[in-house]
Design a protein around this ligand. Structure first.
Ligand code: AMP
Length: 208
C-alpha cells in the first residue's frame, strides 16, 4: 500500500502534478459541493463513487494547463469503464506513453495497516497506531492535536473496500496488462525502497 505516499514522492521528484481522486473527493465532501454531497455516502460505505462523476472530474482535471507535461494519478482509474474513458481522453490528447504501477501487498496486511492508520486533522500527518504507539483520541506526536481514524478505515469498511477492489478494480489490471504497460513493485518494503523500485522501472528502457 502507501500509494498516496509514493505518488506524492514521485510527483515531487518529477515536478509534475499529483491527482488523487480520493483527496479530490474528500475536499469536495468537506466543502459540501454537489459532487461532495453525491460522493459521501458511497465513500463512507467503502463503495466506489459512480463512474460518470469520476470521469467528469478527470476530464476537467486533464483540461487544465498544468496537466500538459505529465501527471500522476493516484486512485484512478478504478473500474474498466473509467479506464476505457481515460484511453479515449489520452487518444484525443495525443498521450501515447504511460505506465501503470501495481503494488503487491496481501489483503491481511492491507487490513492491518489501514485499520491501524490514524491521522492528525491539524497537520495531515499519518501515523501507524501499532508501530508508533499512538491511539485514536490521543495526541499527535508532532503537534499534540487529537488523532482520528478516517471514516472508511474501520476494519469492516476496509474489508468492504477490498471486496470492491477484487470485483471492480482488479479487472483494470487485466485491461492494462493487455496493453503491456503494467510494472509491479513490492509494496511491503519501506517507503524509500519502494520509491527506488519505481524509479528504476520508470527509467528502464524495457518496461516489463
Ligand atoms: P482513496 O483515498 O484512493 O483510498 O479513495 C477513497 C474513496 O474515494 C474510495 O474508497 C472511493 O469511495 C472513492 N474513490 C476514489 N477514487 C475513486 C475512483 N477512481 N472511482 C470511484 N471511487 C473513487
Amino acid at each position: 500500500m502507501g500509494k498516496g505516499t509514493q505518488a506524492k514522492l514521485l510527483a515531487e521528484q518529477y515536478g509534475i502534478p499529483h491527482y488523487s481522486t480520493g483527496d479530490m473527493l474528500r475536499a469536495a465532501v468537506a466543502a459540501h459541493t454537489p459532487v461532495g454531497r453525491k460522493a459521501k455516502s458511497f465513500m463512507d460505505a467503502g463503495h466506489l463513487v459512480p463512474d460518470d462523476v469520476m470521469i467528469d472530474i478527470i476530464r476537467e482535471t486533464l483540461a487544465t494547463p498544468e496537466a500538459a507535461h505529465g501527471f500522476i494519478f493516484d486512485g484512478f482509474p478504478r473500474t474498466v469503464p473509467q479506464a476505457e474513458a481515460l484511453t479515449e481522453m489520452f487518444h484525443k490528447m495525443g498521450i501515447a506513453e504511460y505506465l501503470v504501477i501495481k503494488f503487491n501487498v496481501d489483503d491481511e496486511e492491507i487490513v492491518r495497516r489501514l485499520s491501524g492508520r490514524l491521522m492528525c486533522p491539524n497537520d495531515g500527518k499519518i501515523f501507524n497506531g501499532e508501530m508508533e504507539n499512538v491511539t485514536a483520541g490521543g495526541p499527535c506526536p508532532a503537534c499534540g492535536t487529537k488523532l482520528f481514524q478516517r471514516d472508511d478505515d474501520s476494519a469492516a469498511t476496509v474489508r468492504a473496500r477490498l471486496a470492491v477492489y477484487n470485483a471492480k478494480t482488479a479487472p483494470v489490471l487485466g485491461y492494462y496488462e493487455q496493453r503491456g504497460v503494467v510494472v509491479t513493485v513490492d509494496g511491503t518494503e519501506p517507503i524509500d525502497a519502494v520509491n527506488r523500485q519505481i524509479a528504476e522501472l520508470v527509467h528502464s528502457p524495457k518496461k516489463n
